[in-house]
Write a protein that binds this ligand. Structure first.
Ligand code: IPM
Ligand code: MG
Length: 364
């Protein structure tokens, strides 16, 4: 098991360190041989070598079996629109060069955290859906992109080829088959040509999956339905930027953005990362919630290595830490003292080390 570790910026190094400790203890427990190597990316890589996704990092990812990624982003760049190189370009370059065309973001709620949701408990209870976001096309990558010579006009382009849409819609149907067999295709087909292509392709593919109920929904309506009736979704598939927006929305209804993991899969090595950003204000303070990254490591065992029992034990440990009120400040109960990032990590590692299990039955 060769894993590339890319901590990135802000809170990235702290949360990755927890996820790596959890990965190590799981490998110890189950007898897997783990090798890992660190790579640089984001603002910290710009500072070191002037490139947010250096070739050396790309080569490391290519020769690894999985990538565990923290976060990137730095206010020095956010507040400087004329910066020539930006940390986010590193993330986009990584997605493009690794061919990570699908970003899988499961939105699930934790029973004991429902009170943290901005939605009423009865609305959000039991919400469990998966957003499949197209990740290497659409508005983020379409060209031309830029400014007119006089600087007074700016443009981005949304482009999709049939092949790109077929590949992501097919993947979404496969996930729907493994879940509750409902697929919501989210688009803006009443306005956008690319969305009409998406809908056309989905209608062509749908008959191959007669067991799946397909639903078509405009993105503005979907944004509304996620807060109005989140339990009605199972698998949702959508364009790159729509997916970016809808998954932030999805994450907060669960109670904290610090809880949601993701997997980006495609042509080469898969990348596992929390959906939240680098929270630079919290960097080095030992206050960030490491659970989204730990749960991303669980997705790594599951998706990259097909090791379900390992993934299950990580999820069980995370749930146990929440139930034991071993929580960072963002999800701590009022009146209870918050734990630090590293302390939550140490608790989870200890839980895994002590867990009784039977590998043959993979039942904990
Ligand atoms: C995400 C992030 C990125 C995106 C940024 C950091 C470029 O918001 O992974 O959702 O927009 O894709
Ligand atoms: Mg985002």
């Amino acid at each position: 098991m060769k894993i590339a570790i890319l901590p990135g910026d802000g809170i990235g190094p702290e949360i990755i360190s927890v996820a790596l400790d959890v990965t190590k203890v799981i490998c110890e427990k189950f007898g897997h041989d783990l090798q890992y190597e660190y790579g640089i990316c984001g603002a910290s890589a710009i500072d070191k070598v002037g490139n947010p996704y250096p070739d050396a990092t790309h080569e490391l990812c290519m020769r690894s079996d999985a990538v565990l990624f923290g976060a990137i982003g730095d206010p020095r760049f956010d507040n400087n629109p004329s910066a020539k190189v930006r940390p986010e370009q590193g993330l986009l370059a990584m997605r493009k060069r690794l061919g990570l065309y699908a970003n899988i973001r499961p939105v699930t709620t934790f029973e004991s955290l429902i009170h943290k949701s901005p939605l009423r408990a009865e609305l959000v209870k039991g919400a469990d859906f998966m957003c499949i976001r197209e990740l290497t096309g659409g508005l983020y990558f379409g060209r031309p992109q830029g400014r007119s010579e006089d600087g007074n006009t700016a443009y981005d382009t949304c482009v999709y080829t049939r092949e790109e849409v077929v590949r992501i819609i097919t993947l979404a149907y496969e996930y729907a088959m493994k879940r509750r067999r409902k697929l919501t295709v989210v688009d803006k087909a009443n306005v956008l040509a690319t969305s009409r292509l998406w809908r056309e392709v989905a209608k062509e593919i749908a008959p191959q999956y007669p067991e799946v109920e397909t639903e078509y929904m405009f993105v503005d309506n979907a944004a509304m339905r996620i807060i109005q009736w989140p339990t009605a979704f199972d698998v949702m598939v959508t364009e790159n930027m729509f997916g970016d927006i809808l998954t932030d929305e999805g994450s907060v209804i669960t109670g904290s953005m610090g809880l949601l993991p993701s997997a980006s899969i495609g042509m080469h090595t898969s990348v596992f990362e929390p959906i939240h950003g680098s929270w630079p204000q919290a960097a080095g303070k030992n206050i960030a919630n490491p659970l989204a990254t730990v749960l991303s490591a669980a997705m790594m065992f599951d998706y990259a290595f097909g090791l379900k029992a390992e993934a299950e034990l990580i999820r069980k440990a995370v749930n146990a830490s929440i139930d034991a009120n071993v929580r960072t400040q963002d999800i701590q109960v009022e009146g209870e003292e918050a734990y630090g990032t590293a302390e939550v990590g140490a608790w989870i590692v200890r839980y895994i080390r002590d867990a009784e299990y039977n590998t043959n039955l993979s039942n904990f």
